[in-house]
Design a protein around this ligand. Structure first.
Ligand code: INI
Length: 174
């Protein structure tokens, strides 16, 4: 990973609930590289593969809804959203990128479940590849570590942990 702040202190071994990864299939080659980076980072931190659930959705625009539904299920201690939005000839790019970011944040704030943002936004495919395991690191890896760190932070600093129903910051369905 490129130098972007101190290494994450998390170990990943604790917690019975799962980590969920939601991946946008659009620009699939890039998304797969982000997913590989995320899975490898979690494995390196001691999260066993059976504790990780991967969900594919059509594109980055669908990430927020899938994340919200999974967060509300109460089965996840954190979620990671991955996707690749590459600028084309139309303003579609801007809409998709903006809605993905805002929607993911809203899903996290509404449910109390940490949801990290591992969506590459790039002007072209080369730039996207650089951020998906190339010269500029792997946004999937970074997002996985951010989700893990926030899950552990939330478990330490709230009574109930993220996404539990009833009390604390993580009231399940809203
Ligand atoms: N989805 C992406 O994940 N990346 C893109 O670059 C992209 N562009 O540019 O069109 C994209 N569009 C599809 C979008 O995410 C939805 O799947 C589609 O609009 C159906 O709702």
């Amino acid at each position: 990973m490129a130098g972007r702040g101190p290494k994450s202190p998390v170990s990943g071994a604790r917690g019975a609930r799962r980590l969920g990864i939601v991946v946008g299939r659009f620009n699939e080659a890039i998304s797969k590289r982000l997913l590989d980076g995320a899975l490898e980072a979690l494995r390196d931190r001691g999260v066993p593969p059976e504790a990780v659930e991967v969900h594919w959705v059509p594109g980055a625009f669908e990430l927020p809804q899938a994340a919200l539904l999974l967060a509300r299920s109460g089965r996840f201690r954190a979620l990671v959203c991955l996707g690749a939005v590459i600028k084309g000839e139309t303003p579609h790019f801007d809409h998709v990128a903006r809605e993905a970011a805002a929607g993911i944040r809203q899903a996290a704030m509404t449910t109390g479940v940490p949801i990290s943002f591992g969506v590459v936004t790039a002007l072209n495919e080369e730039q996207a590849r650089e951020r998906a395991g190339g010269a500029v690191g792997n946004r999937g890896e970074e997002a996985a570590l951010a989700a893990l760190e926030m899950a552990e932070w939330a478990a330490r600093h709230t009574r109930t942990g993220p996404g539990r129903r009833g009390t604390g910051t993580g009231a399940g369905r809203r």
